[in-house]
Design a protein around this ligand. Structure first.
Ligand SMILES: N[C@@H](CCC(=O)N[C@@H](CS)C(=O)NCC(=O)O)C(=O)O
Length: 220
């Protein structure tokens, strides 16, 4: 039996980040799905925040997707999913932080206020600003692509991929669009969609749309 276990939930984009990293690294792991609406007692003991993903490795547990993924990078350094050099690594961490601190709050805000037209307009504006920032300050400045740090996939790519994969459901449900000039983001997403880590973990647009509609209490 594998010594690496991932406690996950199929629809969770944070757990998907870790599944993608495990696949990119070619690691053997056991996947255990937890029903988040009926969490087993043992889950509280290993997940202080009550959230997935959690990994169990050599008898110890680690939680928080970004922390787990850097742990995997340290313990299983080949193939490396971080760029070389302290400065580039700091850049990678800045862009992962941007995802969690700015991009995701902007996208969650839109789903929270979508029924109020003026609040929705403001939320759409903020989300479009976040896309432009990713495009112009991130992808365009860091490399010629297709990935964040060039030819090789990194933890930044696996950090964003599950969430930008789901943006298509936002387009469908909220009628929002990625700004037309964000060509590098589109190219990046197409390059990600070709990877095994994406193909083995994606649930497909229909499930994202249905899941999001269910969570928002919208008719199918
Ligand atoms: N910051 C966490 C977020 C994880 C998270 O929000 N997971 C959700 C599922 S997508 C969860 O487990 N929710 C269960 C709950 O909050 O009770 C990470 O990056 O791992």
């Amino acid at each position: 039996m594998s010594t690496l276990e991932l406690i996950s939930y199929a629809a969770c984009p944070y757990a998907q980040r870790t599944r993608m990293v495990l696949i990119e690294k070619g690691l053997d792991f056991t996947l255990m799905e937890v029903d988040l609406s009926n969490k087993p007692d043992w889950f509280d003991e290993i997940s202080p925040y009550g959230k997935v993903p959690v990994i169990r490795h050599e008898g110890r547990t680690i939680y928080e997707s970004a922390v787990i993924n850097e742990y995997l990078e340290e313990v299983f350094p080949t193939p490396s999913l971080m760029p070389a050099g302290a400065f580039a690594r700091a850049q990678a961490r800045i862009w992962m932080h941007y995802c969690d601190a700015y991009y995701l709050p902007a996208s969650f805000k839109l789903s929270a206020v979508h029924k109020d037209p003026s609040m929705k307009a403001e939320a759409v504006q903020k989300l479009e600003d976040a896309f432009r920032f990713l495009e112009n300050e991130g992808l365009r400045k860091l490399s010629d692509g297709p990935f964040w740090f060039g030819e090789k996939v990194s933890l930044v790519d696996t950090h964003y991929s599950p969430f930008l994969e789901r943006f298509a459901a936002y387009e469908e449900i909220f009628g929002v669009r990625m700004p037309a000039e964000c060509m590098r983001i589109r190219e990046w997403l197409s390059a990600m969609a070709l990877r095994k880590s994406y193909q083995d973990t994606t649930r497909g647009l229909e499930k994202h749309i249905n899941g999001m509609r269910r969570r928002l209490g919208l008719a199918a």
